[in-house]
Design a protein around this ligand. Structure first.
Ligand code: IMP
Length: 426
């Protein structure tokens, strides 16, 4: 039995999907434990590209059990659409895909609530608009929440929505007189329809995973977003509403974190961020634009241009510690081939003082100026390189320096989206 977690150590979009895809064959289960359809995983299989949002990347391998854990917020129409798209593309999806009966359900009123909150706020978060935050709010608030298992009981669901929807309508009207209003009966009909299609997939996922552990199965945990967006440990309040670091594994799946044998922290060779919030190494210049263009840094879910900047070793040192990373996978290294020199933030200057820790408040991080170390660029296309020894000396130096600064081995280097554009360093 072995448990591995693949987790992003920056602000998401670190190309975790590729690493999960590579590791899937060595595992019996692949588990998503946080977030929802705010995530975007792009997986390239030969000439085919799959874009997944709510489903675990493991679903592309029908012999592996893909699990949507209790920590996920679940939007049934999106689930059914992604399943239908995969089937159209010839991927077999059946009972290999399961969803926890304890996952919380997103309804359209969550999205309306988010839209009104974001539109009205002077300090909006810049969310993906998928209803993630309001659904987690209801989960913690308890009285207006619905879990996936409840969708399978028509009378019960009718009664619950009969109470919840009028409350929501009042709340939404309070936010704006023009707010959309929802009809409990119509929502109930729609969701019962989804539930019928979902029924074969709904299980007690925690029990399933514990049975797996007892039977010596291998489990791969797949984080969504990045650790700097973790609701407890990220750049709060500019974060998502779940534990996107490894902190979420235990609560979001029921498998204790101490069962994890291996944590692979995924990092990009530079930094990106979507939405608002502090970003000390952000580049608002030609270089930032070049990285965005070369790395095709546009949101998978929203299409928004991602903010781009240099690698931030202060931030990643912090998230690697929070997440108990054992090793790292360095992604998108080929993108930096376009620049003359590369920079790494090794410390910050905060109010005239040098600090080497990650400040705990976003408003302090906002005031931090990065202190950079500059290394020569390599100016060579590395996307075809297969072996570490064939990388240019300057590229190897960059990899070594990152590893040194983060005090962790880099075991995988990715130089392109394809599986064979991967260099194994150990
Ligand atoms: P929410 O998760 O939609 O509530 O958005 C909260 C913040 O997290 C926003 O800044 C989003 O842009 C960001 N975010 C959410 N999901 C992802 C993701 O998968 N990749 C990168 N950023 C994300």
């Amino acid at each position: 039995m072995a448990c591995t977690c693949v987790v992003g150590l920056q602000w998401g979009d670190e190309a975790k999907g590729k690493i999960v895809d590579i590791l899937t064959d060595q595992h019996d289960f692949v588990v998503r434990y946080n977030g929802g359809a705010n995530a975007g995983h792009t997986v390239v299989h030969g000439d085919r590209t799959f874009k997944l949002s709510l489903l675990p990347t493991g679903v592309l391998k029908p012999h592996v059990r893909s699990v949507i854990g209790n920590g996920v917020v679940f939007y049934p129409p999106r689930f059914l659409e992604e399943v239908a798209n995969l089937r159209t593309a010839g991927v077999r999806v059946g009972e290999n895909l399961v969803v926890s009966d304890h996952a919380h359900v997103i309804f359209p009123y969550h999205m309306e609530e988010e839209r009104l909150n974001e539109a009205g706020a002077e300090q909006s978060i810049g969310t993906t608009g998928r209803g993630i935050g309001p659904c987690y709010q209801d989960k913690v608030g308890r009285i207006a929440a619905v879990r996936v298992g409840e969708l399978l009981y028509p009378d019960h669901l009718r009664e619950r929505l009969g109470v919840i929807v009028p409350r929501k309508n009042r709340l939404l009207r309070g936010l704006s007189p023009d707010a959309k209003q929802f009809d409990a009966d119509a929502l109930c009909r729609d969701y019962l329809g989804y539930a019928e299609q979902m029924r074969p997939h709904v299980v007690n996922a925690t029990q399933l995973l514990h049975d797996g552990l007892r039977a010596g199965k291998n489990i791969l945990f797949e984080a969504a977003q990045g650790s700097l967006l973790d609701v407890d440990h990220g750049t709060y309040p500019y974060v998502t509403s779940s534990n996107s670091s490894t902190a979420g594994v235990w609560s979001g799946s029921g498998v204790p974190s101490r069962k994890l044998d291996r944590v692979i922290g995924v990092i990009k060779a530079y930094s990106t961020r979507v939405g608002r919030g502090p970003f000390p190494t952000e580049l608002n210049d030609d270089i930032g634009e070049r990285i965005r263009r070369t790395g095709r840094e546009y949101g998978t879910v929203t299409g928004r241009p991602r903010r781009c900047g240099w690698f931030d070793a202060v931030a990643v040192r912090y998230t690697a510690a929070i997440g108990a990373a054992d090793e790292m996978a360095l992604m998108l290294l080929d993108v930096l081939s376009e620049v003359d020199e590369v920079r790494i933030a090794v410390a910050y200057e905060l109010d005239g003082k040098r600090i080497d820790y990650f400040p705990s408040d976003a408003f302090l991080l906002e005031r931090c100026k990065p202190i950079y170390e500059t290394l020569p660029g390599w100016r060579v296309d590395v996307s075809g390189v297969k072996r570490q020894a064939d990388l240019p000396a300057a590229t190897r130096r960059y990899i070594d320096r990152l590893s040194e600064l983060l005090q962790l081995p880099i075991s995988i280097v990715s130089v392109g989206p394809d599986r064979d554009q991967t260099i194994y360093l150990r």
